[in-house]
Design a protein around this ligand. Sequence first.
Ligand SMILES: *Cc1c(COP(=O)(O)O)cnc(C)c1O
Length: 352
Amino acid sequence: MRKWEENVRRVVPYTPGEQPKKERMIKLNTNENPYPPAPEVAKLLQSFDVTQLRRYPDPSIGDLIREIAAFYQVEPEQVFAGVGSDDVLAMIFLTFFNSKLPVLFPDITYSFYDVWARLLGVAYETVPLDERFLIRAQDYNRPCGGVIFPNPNAPTGELLPLETVETIIRQNQDVIVVVDEAYIDFGGKSALPLIDRYDNLLVVQTFSKSRSLAGSRIGYAFGSRKLIRYLNDVKYSFNSYTLDRLSIAIGACAIRDRAYFEETTQKVIAAREWTKQELSRLGFVFGDSMSNFIFATHPQIPAVQLFEDLKKADIYVRHFQQPERIQNYLRISIGTMEEMQELISFLQQYKQ
Ligand SMILES: *Cc1c(COP(=O)(O)O)cnc(C)c1O
């Protein structure tokens, strides 16, 4: 090892899902939305004045934050925005997780949390989900440096009732509690109304899944004015221009179309429920996902084998090596109804 390597901040990075460059494939591996963004976004791009790009974007992301605040009926001072919720979450780790006591999150969850904790040297402890892959509120009732969990959880898709979310927040009023709601629009109840009652709560959402804009990298968080101020102080100390001009304009435009948002999320939900029925008929076992994916296992079919065979047929799903107790599961994102039908026909023939 070279001498200078002793001082490298080394981490095992997060592994994002594959993005194969193929014309024809069924891509059910990264929980993207199968529908295009709201129609007004295409018009915006056609008329976008490129000369604007020579100027820096608005560091306060005002146009987008005002639209988000209007949609969710909160004050702009209660909203923080970033380059996807990954950026927002990283900024939250950097700002608020700074205790000697460990930050708590589930053992089976979004695999970026432990990466940020290790990168930033944040103490953390994982809390095992129960045998049905559910979060238990009583496990989060102890001194800690903060709490973070997705609701619905990833990659299980399991939704925690809002009362249980509130119990976890109530038990932890001396630290920051983060509810990562990347999938909340697919049938869950948001913890957003609780920000007025708990000044230690942050609710994080994204345009990547329910708003079909993973490619534009837009995420946001709701919290008390004080929390948002602290987050902005750290943001301005790190990179004052996060979202670029085009993404700010795209996000502000997309969120205005409530009808399209509701129509496309309903289509995803309908395809998910149909897929659950069919998978169950084929002997797959899975929880009652309230997200845009299903986390399934089959008592007779090894997950890795099926993963590889699906890939040969140009159907991409996601398999996680870690932790061990999910090694025989596949996470299947919900595509269009036609894509789900193709997946099911493949599985019907595969079983015979
Ligand atoms: C997809 C996802 C994110 C990150 O989404 P962005 O594309 O960065 O907005 C955050 N948390 C969970 C649980 C996710 O599944």
